[in-house]
Write a protein of this length. Structure first.
Length: 380
């Protein structure tokens, strides 16, 4: 049902309705006229069926930027069957199918190219009507339908721009939320460290001074007073030990929780199912390291959306023997393994990782693209 809803969007449903009206009207007029051979009627019906099937297949996927060669072949087939139908039927309203066809062009060529070439792909249909069927007022009809085609191009181009702007906005929003979450964690960590430092520097200093004074006092007093001073000295030492233990515990727990930031980056990614596995006892205290991990995952997801046909993206983040390991894998289908060319995205990832003396390995195959990153933890 979801696949059917995906295919039959409001735009596609409207195109199918227009095709249905055109094809049924043309075939009905053809049959009613009783002057067309049965073979021509069958061929015309076949042309209409081939057109709508190839159209639906061409626009059925979420991302019309993938399978470009396949879609261009389907568009060429649509165009040819429209011309064939025009050759078989003397009805100028068949040109509506060219308007439906032209709505696909902005996905493959620039708006400028589509408009400049529009007279050339509009003309053959009207040449058939003018010379093959000897119709009158062909030029006026051609101009009218040409403006319809231009209107279709402009509207679809505006829709594409809006869609891509929305995708860019959503991506930026995910990045901002992830960054905000990371900054919040960094702020919490900084506050915990500040409190621990103040406790250590201020309270620890005063308790140390108190302990020394009590030790001196115990030496210059005698009897019961000396015992009382010694008890206070022991309590002060115990309190100083508790303070140091509390400070150490605060520092040890000043880790950054990456899960929330990564979740913000993962959620609502269009056309890509992202799964994430993060080690439960992950211990990252370096804010710069946490940001590097976040940016690498962010760049990998962006690259997958731009350059891959993947439907799934898996993230695994583990920590072992003071090494942080990040593995990212998609299920993009590649016709054959090719030599990987590092673009700005991968180059930026590598530069970030080298700042921490880390290493990055990438592999591309028919089953997907894999990125493995290993980063040593820096000593405090």
């Amino acid at each position: 049902m979801d696949k059917l809803k995906q295919i039959l969007s409001i735009e596609v449903a409207t195109a199918i309705l227009a095709w249905l009206v055109v094809s049924v009207s043309a075939l009905s007029l053809m049959i009613t006229a009783q002057r067309f051979p049965s073979a021509d009627i069958v061929l015309a019906a076949a042309c209409f069926v081939i057109f709508i099937i190839s159209f639906v297949v061409a626009v059925s996927a979420n991302d019309l930027r993938v399978n470009v060669q396949k879609r261009l072949a389907l568009m060429a087939l649509q165009y040819c069957v429209v011309l064939a139908a025009a050759w078989l039927l003397p009805y100028s309203f068949i040109a509506i199918l060219i308007t439906i066809w032209s709505a696909q062009l902005p996905y493959f060529v620039s708006m400028r190219a589509a408009i400049l070439t529009s007279p050339f792909w509009s003309a053959p249909l009207w040449i058939i009507f003018a010379f093959h069927w000897q119709m009158s007022n062909v030029l006026l009809s051609a101009l009218l339908f040409w403006t319809f085609n231009l209107f279709s191009l402009v509207m679809v181009n505006a829709t594409i721009k809006e869609q891509r702007a929305r995708e860019a906005t959503n991506e930026l929003n995910r990045k901002l939320i992830a960054t905000q979450s990371l900054l919040s964690e960094a702020s919490k960590q900084a506050e915990r460290v500040r409190i621990a430092r103040n406790i250590h520097d201020l309270l620890g200093h005063h308790l140390t001074a108190l302990t020394i004074n009590l030790q001196v006092a115990s030496r210059i007093t005698q009897g019961e007073a000396q015992q009382r001073v010694q008890q206070c000295h022991d309590l002060a030492k115990l309190l100083l030990s508790d303070v140091r233990e509390a400070v150490s515990e605060i520092r040890e727990k000043s880790t950054i929780d990456l899960v929330q930031a990564l979740s913000a980056l993962r959620d609502n990614v269009p056309n890509l199912h992202v799964t994430m596995q993060v080690q439960d006892d992950m211990n990252i205290t370096d804010v710069d390291l946490a940001e590097t991990i976040l940016r690498c995952i962010q760049e990998a997801i962006t690259n997958t959306l731009k350059h891959s046909k993947a439907k799934n993206f898996d993230i695994q983040l583990t920590q072992h023997d003071r090494w942080l390991s990040l593995e990212m894998r998609d299920d993009g289908q590649h016709s054959q393994p090719t030599e990987l060319k590092k673009g700005n995205g991968l180059t930026g990832m590598l530069e970030r990782i080298k700042e921490f003396d880390g290493v990055m390995e990438t592999a591309i195959s028919t089953t997907g693209f894999v990125t493995k990153i290993s980063i040593p933890e820096r000593s405090a």
